[in-house]
Ligand binder design. Structure first.
Ligand code: THU
Length: 133
């Protein structure tokens, strides 16, 4: 979306709306994520916990699933929020997922401003690592 002004406030609103769908009875830490796709779509996700605590699904997992279920493409801009609507950083596992679906140039809103995936997951493992082995 080169040359397009990104409406981060609108994207954050969508993340907050997703957060309100979270199922997080164990941690009481509701998370919502929303992202723009390179064709202009918006995808979102919320965290979904489980009585078997370790199998909890992060909000970003649901978002990536919605990306593929709604036609694929590449994530270009993403924001994650907690239940107070504050911007949070994706966990390590989700950074890996987001790198695959967004690439190194995907922009992420952080409490320190907009940063790229390359900045928050440098020297990442990716599809290229599977070549020539
Ligand atoms: N969580 C997310 O949904 N995304 C993250 O990037 C960090 C953590 C969820 C998992 C769990 O349901 C809750 O937040 C507390 O860790």
């Amino acid at each position: 979306m080169a040359g397009t002004e990104i409406d981060w406030a609108a994207l954050t609103k969508q993340a907050v709306a997703a957060m309100r769908r979270a199922y997080a009875p164990y941690s009481d830490y509701q998370v919502g994520a929303a992202a723009l796709v390179d064709d202009g779509r918006v995808v979102a996700g919320c965290n979904v916990e489980n009585a078997a605590y370790g199998v909890a699904l992060c909000a970003e997992c649901g978002l990536v699933s919605q990306l593929h279920m709604s036609g694929g493409g590449r994530l270009t801009h993403l924001v994650c929020v907690n239940k107070a609507g504050e911007v949070i950083m994706p966990c390590g596992r989700c950074r890996q997922l987001l790198m695959e679906s967004g690439g190194p140039d995907m922009q992420l809103m952080t409490s320190a401003g907009v940063r790229t995936m390359e900045e928050i997951l440098p020297d990442s493992f990716g599809p290229h690592a599977l070549d020539n082995v």
